[in-house]
Ligand binder design. Structure first.
Ligand code: PLP
Length: 399
């Protein structure tokens, strides 16, 4: 049977404390117990339905977590204060001193910096590889490897991971496959393709209003319990907890994700086809020229398209900067990092979100200076947007 993640979100039925159509918000950091014995049991983790302290869990956070678990088809999930607040505890929970990670080399700059500069201090080493080459991935696995890490669609180069292939490798070598699915919510369901853990930065498409940072780890009950364990759980002890008020607002935005993703994808597909036709170096997984177009097609759920992220290479950083400034002047969107907003956001990743990656490494992975990353907005009239963008490009001699 086909997996239909938006149906799983639609089917959630939560009643508020007073019969409200939204679950009540738990505006408390700590919780009372009628008996001391129940408090003890809750510390031990075996008193279902009881809350202890909001860094561990809170009703509002659990509602959001369960909704995201339903979306990804996992047993459960835990929400965090940011995407990095989800990524770092998972990796620290799964790996310790002497362990090794095989990671895609094209990942979000913050994740790259964490694995390259921070985890070696804790004795965790990472090999960065071309994740699209399964033989290279397998050759990098050592006896100490614990995790294969990738993004379903990578930031910023939009490389697509073969999740089934990577999962087969992970199973063969007894590793955990951890997938950051931030760029392709609803379109790709990594756990259905064999991933063990799925992470999102909720900051992006899922929340969709660029008013907060947030994250989630979706996985087995066992992993989520480990992360929340009061004695050695990385989420519990590092404390990257989401605030309950925020969890309630993200849950409300999640309900319209399917409509937004359809519009983001529709608009991005339209612009990518137009700009490719205009002979601009355009990368979008929905273009048949994308090296992983077939792979993405084989993995995707119906209806949500190839996502809202697209890149165009305009040749040099100067041209990229001039174009971004002009597009902002003409109200096409904002010169800003991040993604998933109702307006288009654009940035030059080489000098912004991926600046943690050295110049040499950027060249090696094909991240050129003139590359502009677009998070295409929800524009109601995308033809008008195209015409205005084209005029900007003509005015600067890019077209
Ligand atoms: C793919 C991806 N993963 C993770 C993150 C980190 O998320 P956050 O900024 O919410 O910590 C980002 C942020 O840009 C991202 O693009």
């Amino acid at each position: 049977m086909k997996f239909k993640p938006a149906n799983n979100i639609q089917d959630l039925q939560y009643f508020g404390e007073f019969g409200g159509v939204n679950p009540s918000i738990s505006d408390s950091s700590t919780y009372t117990f009628l008996s001391a014995k129940t408090m003890f049991d809750t510390f031990e983790g075996n008193a279902d339905g009881c809350y202890l302290y909001s860094r561990h869990s809170s009703p509002s956070n659990l509602y959001l977590g369960e909704a995201l678990a339903a979306m990804e088809g996992t047993e459960t999930a835990t929400v965090t204060a940011s995407g990095m607040g989800a990524i770092t505890p998972v990796l620290l929970q799964l790996c310790g001193n002497g362990d090794h990670i095989v990671s895609s080399r094209t990942i979000y700059g913050g994740t790259y910096a964490f694995l390259k500069n921070f985890t070696p201090r804790l004795g965790i080493d990472t090999s960065f590889v071309d994740i699209t080459k399964l033989d290279v991935v397998e050759a990098s696995i050592t006896k100490n490897t614990k995790v294969i890490y990738c993004e379903s669609v990578s930031n910023p180069l939009l490389e697509v991971a073969d999740i089934k292939g990577l999962s087969a490798l992970a199973k063969k070598h007894n590793l955990q496959l951890v997938v950051d699915n931030t760029f392709s919510p609803l379109s790709i369901s990594p756990v259905k393709l064999g991933a063990d853990v799925v992470i999102h930065s909720l900051t992006k498409f899922i929340n969709g209003s660029s008013d907060t940072v947030g994250g989630v780890v979706c996985g087995t009950q066992e992993l989520i319990d480990q992360l929340r364990n009061v004695n050695d759980g990385a989420a519990m002890l590092l404390g990257s907890t989401m605030d309950s008020l925020r969890a309630a607002s993200v849950l409300k935005n999640l309900r319209t994700l399917h409509i937004r993703m359809q519009q983001h994808s529709h608009n991005a597909q339209f612009l990518a086809e137009k700009f490719e036709n205009d002979n601009l170096k355009t990368v979008y997984p929905g273009l048949t020229s994308h090296p992983s177009h077939e792979l993405f097609t084989s993995m995707m759920n119906e209806k949500y398209g190839f996502g809202g992220m697209m890149t165009i290479d305009v040749g040099s950083l100067d041209k990229a900067n001039a174009l971004m400034e002009l597009m902002q002047d003409r109200n096409l969107g904002y010169l800003a990092v991040s993604l998933g907003f109702y307006k288009t956001l654009f940035s030059a990743p080489g000098s912004s979100t991926s600046s943690e990656i050295s110049e040499e490494e950027q060249i090696e992975m094909g991240l050129s200076d003139g590359l502009i990353r677009f998070s295409i907005g929800l524009d109601a009239d995308i033809e008008r947007t195209y015409n205005t963008m084209k005029t900007c490009m003509k005015d600067l001699g890019i077209l």
